[in-house]
Design a protein around this ligand. Structure first.
Ligand code: SAM
Length: 263
């Protein structure tokens, strides 16, 4: 690993701290006849820990320079398969057809430049993960967990909170990585919401939420000017708001009800 040239463009900050690797596994709750997906094994630090608790591990690594490193580091781990490819381009459903398992997990120290696309892909794949554990940039983690009225509350917060119960697990200092990034990190757990609110059309909901937050300084009347504003107002009034409100004040339930009313 000594001469390995880390690529910043691929988010290559490898976690060195053994205690933190162990804590990630503790919160991941992996047990039983499990398959765990990991995106970006890097040199295999976290993969080894996952492989010691999960029956099978399926990794996706975009950087094939790491193949020889992983061959050596994971030589004793016969329950790990690695696909050298861009995770965002893979058909996960097809990939996991080759495995027999009772519960599916996802654990990753995410490449931060594609945090949102990876999580969106997990949602859209509709795979019924038992538990998702991800390390993200601390500021992004704050956004995921934000409540209405907080400055961190945005469209991704609303979208994610529709699907998942989110839990902030712990903060990881930038000093735990090599090379050291410019930001601290946060480990987050995502579990499927048991009783999701009824939604007529998931794509409509996603677009509506994105449009509602489109221009941060604008109110709902401006951001949703291409929608039926009479319906928007009617739903807003149920929540004691009018069209001058900004999206960051409004709860998830409002966006679900509005999407259902506009459809
Ligand atoms: N898991 C290791 C650890 O915790 O030390 C490395 C994590 S590092 C933050 C992110 C890893 O994701 C890198 O190995 C990088 O090459 C890989 N990666 C970046 N983009 C990727 C993509 N689109 N698909 C698969 N892997 C990717």
């Amino acid at each position: 690993m000594a001469e390995f040239l880390y690529k910043k463009s691929l988010g290559q900050n490898f976690l060195q701290d053994k205690n933190i690797l162990k804590r990630i596994i503790e919160v991941s709750n992996i047990s039983g006849n499990s398959l765990t997906i990991e995106v970006g094994p890097g040199s295999g630090n976290l993969t080894k820990e996952i492989a010691s608790v999960s029956k099978k591990v399926l990794c996706y690594e975009i950087d094939d320079r790491l193949e020889s490193v992983l061959d050596v580091n994971l030589i004793d781990y016969h329950n790990v398969d690695i696909i050298f490819a861009d995770f965002l381009k893979r058909d996960i459903l097809k990939d996991i057809l080759n495995y027999e398992f009772d519960s599916l997990y996802f654990v990753a120290n995410l490449p931060y430049y594609i945090t949102t696309p990876i999580i969106e892909k997990l949602i859209k794949a509709n795979l019924n993960f038992k538990h998702i554990t991800v390390m993200v940039q601390k500021e992004v983690g704050e956004r995921f967990n934000a409540k209405p009225g907080m400055k961190e509350y945005n469209s991704l917060t609303v979208y994610l909170n529709y699907y998942f119960d989110l839990k902030k697990e712990f903060i990881v200092s930038r000093n735990a990585f090599k090379p050291k990034p410019n930001v601290d990190s946060m480990v987050i757990s995502l579990t499927n919401k048991e009783n999701k609110l009824y939604l007529k059309n998931k794509d409509h909901f996603e677009t509506l939420v994105r449009d509602s937050f489109k221009f941060k300084r604008k109110n709902l009347k401006n951001n949703l000017k291409n929608y039926d504003l009479a319906i928007v107002l009617k739903v807003l009034e149920k929540y004691n708001y009018d069209l001058t409100v900004r999206a960051e004040e409004l709860p998830l339930e409002f966006f679900v009800e509005l999407s259902n009313s506009l459809n």
